[in-house]
Design a binder for this molecule. Structure first.
Ligand code: HBI
Ligand code: FE
Length: 284
């Protein structure tokens, strides 16, 4: 999506009541019994996959959202979130323009799509829906370190829009917030929302030898294009949220200048200096 678009075309949400910040009423009463049943089905399927694969911070905070039985009321969860990390969630009709998205993150507001997918989209959906946005993203907003990272990203995003460097910075969101892996004392764990909310990628990312897992290096990551319509070929592994914040909180202006003259890398392309993280590796 281009920065500055007023209303994103060809999206299925109802943008008619959205103001400049694209926030809408969640309209919780409009979810049907079938919606709540589908939500439970999605929740049950995902949570069965996650023990030993999702990171502890995700699992413990997922329980804390108390949203296993029905589509959550955003206001209720926001109340808890405000107390924990000062974040809140706001309902949006779907994808919002980049600058709007970053503005929300920079103010510790996470936009969550209000609508739920159809039953025939149980396994795969193109646009993010409330299940992806809430189940995948909201639990880690309860984690103080990760909560800081998300805000840092939003501030960096606003700057990247001004510097015309968003193609580059968007890769950071993709390979961390959406598809990130974390090395722990127990082994590799998932923290990326795109993986955690997906039926197939939980296993692919943590067991497949087709995908490659590389140690996080900022320049390498920012040059790496990504797959939007199939499992990732490359995942980047961090050692802690603290270190992720430390590696990304500085100003990226010189990074963008350095990278502007280098070619982007294909998602499956090896590069000099790559350090592969073995599947069985543990943080010592
Ligand atoms: N809008 N609702 C929503 N959710 C997103 O994740 C999102 C967005 N707009 C733009 C956007 N993401 C991208 O700019 C980032 O993924 C980099
Ligand atoms: Fe997402």
């Amino acid at each position: 999506m281009n920065a500055g678009d007023k209303s994103p075309p060809l999206l299925r949400g109802d943008y008619s009541s959205a103001g400049a910040d694209f926030v809408v009423d969640q309209n919780w009463g409009h979810y049907s019994d079938a919606d709540h049943e589908l939500w439970r089905g999605l929740w049950t399927r995902q949570t069965r996959l996650l023990p030993g694969r999702a990171c502890d911070a995700f699992l413990s905070n997922l329980t804390r959202t108390g949203s296993d039985a029905q589509v959550p009321r955003f206001e209720t969860v926001s109340g808890e979130l405000r107390k924990a990390t000062g974040w809140e969630i706001v309902a949006v009709p779907g994808l919002v323009p980049d600058n709007v998205f970053f503005e929300h993150l920079s103010q510790r507001r996470f936009p969550v799509t209000a609508w739920l997918r159809r039953p025939d989209e149980f396994d795969y959906i193109v646009e993010p829906d409330v299940f992806h946005d809430f189940f995948g993203h909201v639990p880690l907003l309860f984690d103080p370190r990760f909560a800081d990272y998300m805000q840092v990203y939003g501030i960096g995003g606003l700057k990247a829009v001004r510097l015309d460097a968003l193609e580059c910075l968007a890769r950071l969101y993709w390979y961390t917030v959406e598809f990130g892996l974390l090395r722990t004392a127990q082994g590799l764990r998932i923290y990326g929302a795109g993986i955690l909310s997906s039926g197939g990628e939980v296993l692919h990312s943590t067991t497949s030898t087709r995908g490659r897992r590389l140690e996080f290096r900022l320049d390498r990551l920012l040059r790496t294009r990504y797959n939007i319509d199939r499992f990732q070929d490359t995942y980047f592994v961090i050692d802690s949220f603290d270190k992720l914040v430390a590696d990304t909180a500085h100003d990226f202006t010189t990074v963008y200048e350095r990278l502007r003259d280098l070619p982007a890398l294909s998602p499956d392309e090896p590069a000099p200096g790559d350090i592969e993280v073995p599947l069985a590796s543990q943080l010592k």
